[in-house]
Ligand binder design. Structure first.
Ligand SMILES: Nc1nc2c(ncn2[C@@H]2O[C@H](COP(=O)(O)OP(=O)(O)O)[C@@H](O)[C@H]2O)c(=O)[nH]1
Ligand SMILES: [Mg+2]
Length: 254
């Protein structure tokens, strides 16, 4: 990890569940998010992985972390990318001995009140625990509110591709609200991961190929009302390239 990254206090309480949210320019959302996540259960801790947001999101989170032992902040310097931020959050969670990580966006598209349902979905059914529980918009009871048609179409295409070209048995493979059993990292491929938004599909693809179990829990995804989306044209282009790479490995083995 580069030396100029900023870490909040080093004395983390022991815990089982670490919620993590990657942030880039989320100053309108960050304080509400911290309050809502920490309120959802006294047992969870929260990690913010910020990529040195020019709007000061990281600084706001660091100030809160100084007063709140269940809040941790990593401000990365000199790197960008949603996927790489999430992966770094997973690594930190594992190194601190957490069993489960919940990933979510910081813009309230994912409702912190749904976290307990995601955690419950990891528990064994007929003796079989799940490795990943996806907060899903594409199973009965799930839905997306507030998106323009263009976002619905793009999301549908990515989910279709992941299911029928990459053979990942999930309906909402692009959603970023998930509970993950961290032991799955002992079995999945450690080849370099997609660094951008395609991390979400890439991760599920590896879990499935390693024999991991994926389940889906219905959620309502509500488009953000504060701040702006970072899913721009450059990011879409990068994601398409990364998905095509996965298709090549799926079908040609290299
Ligand atoms: N750390 C980090 N977070 C990012 C980056 N890009 C996006 N995010 C965060 O990822 C989450 C999803 O991004 P968002 O802009 O809401 O994408 P959308 O929901 O697809 O429109 C939000 O919490 C963003 O702040 C990045 O490069 N680095
Ligand atoms: Mg969003």
């Amino acid at each position: 990890m580069p030396d100029n990254d900023l870490h909040s206090r080093d004395d983390w309480p022991a815990g089982r569940v670490l919620v993590q949210a990657a942030t880039y320019n989320e100053r309108e959302n960050i304080e509400h998010l911290i309050d809502a996540v920490l309120a959802c259960s006294p047992d969870v801790q929260l990690l913010i992985v910020d990529d040195d947001s020019p709007d000061g999101t990281g600084q706001i989170a660091r100030e809160r972390a100084g007063r709140e032992p269940r809040l941790h902040v990593l401000v990365r310097r000199g790197r960008r990318g949603l996927g790489s931020a999430i992966l770094e959050g997973f690594r930190l969670a594992r190194s601190r001995g957490f069993e489960v990580s919940v990933n979510m966006d910081a813009d309230f598209s994912h409702d912190p009140a749904d976290i307990p349902r995601l955690l419950a979905a990891l528990e064994p059914v007929a003796g079989k625990p799940a490795d990943v529980a996806i907060g899903s918009r594409r199973v009965p009871g799930g839905r997306t509110v507030g998106w323009p048609l263009s976002r619905h179409i793009a999301s549908w295409l990515v989910c279709w591709f992941t299911r029928w070209v990459l053979w990942v048995p999930a309906r909402d493979s692009s959603g970023g609200f998930r509970a993950v059993r961290l032991s799955i990292f002992d079995t999945i491929s450690q080849e370099p991961f997609a660094q951008g938004y395609a991390f979400q599909e890439d991760f599920l693809w590896r879990v499935h190929r390693a024999g991991g179990r994926i389940v889906e829990v219905p959620i309502t995804f509500t488009d953000r009302t504060r701040g702006t989306s970072k899913a721009d044209f450059a990011e879409s282009k990068r994601s398409i390239g990364e998905l095509l790479k996965l298709a090549r490995v799926t079908w040609l083995g290299k």
